[in-house]
Ligand binder design. Sequence first.
Ligand SMILES: C[S@@+](CC[C@H](N)C(=O)[O-])C[C@H]1O[C@@H](n2cnc3c(N)ncnc32)[C@H](O)[C@@H]1O
Length: 186
Amino acid sequence: MISVIVLIIAVLAAFSIIYFTFKNGISPMPSSKKVCAEIAKLVSEEKVVHELGSGFGHLAFAIAKANLNCKVIAYENSFIPFFYTYLVSHMLRLKNIKVILGDFWKLDFSQFECVVAYQYIEGVQRLYLKMESETNNGLKFITNTFSVHKTKCNKKVYINDISNSVLFCYKVEPRLKSGKLHEEII
Ligand SMILES: C[S@@+](CC[C@H](N)C(=O)[O-])C[C@H]1O[C@@H](n2cnc3c(N)ncnc32)[C@H](O)[C@@H]1O
C-alpha cells in the first residue's frame, strides 16, 4: 500500500515538473557548481540579491553560504523545486534565504538593486526590457548562458565547466535616463 502511495506521489511530482517546464519555457536545470561559485563572488558586495527562477536552489544556496551578510530572495513558481528549496534552506539553517512561490513576471523591479537569472533566450530579453522600464536607480543584472540581444554587457565571465558557460553582467539603467524613451518618442 505504501509503495503505491509513493509511486502516485512520484508520478504527480514528475507531471508537475513537466507541466511547469512547458508553461515556463525552461526546466529547473541547475547552474554548474563553478557558475554558482562565480556568481556568489560577483554579488559579494550586495545586500540583497533577487534570484528569478531558483529551481532546486543550487545558486541560491551557493550565494547565501558564501555571503552571510547578503539576503537572497529566490522566486520559483514550479511547486516541487520550490518545496525542495524551502525544505533544504530550513534544514541547512540558512537564515539569509527567503524562497517565494510565485511568478517573477508579476514582480515590480523598481527597488531591486541586484538580479540574477538563468532563463531561456527570449525570457532574458523580456526581463531586461522589464527591468529597464521599472528600475528607479539602475540595477545589476547577471544572466547565465544567454545574453541580451544587441546590448553591451559590462563584464563577461567565461566558466571552465562542462557546458563552457558564460556569465553576462549588465548595469541596467532606467529607460528615461538612458534616453531610449526619448528617442522612441521622436
Ligand atoms: C534553468 S532553471 C535555473 C535554476 C537556478 N536559478 C540555477 O541557476 O541553478 C530556471 C528556473 O526558472 C523557473 N521559472 C521560469 N519562469 C518562471 C516564472 N515566471 N516565475 C518563477 N519561476 C520561473 C523554472 O521553473 C526553473 O526552475
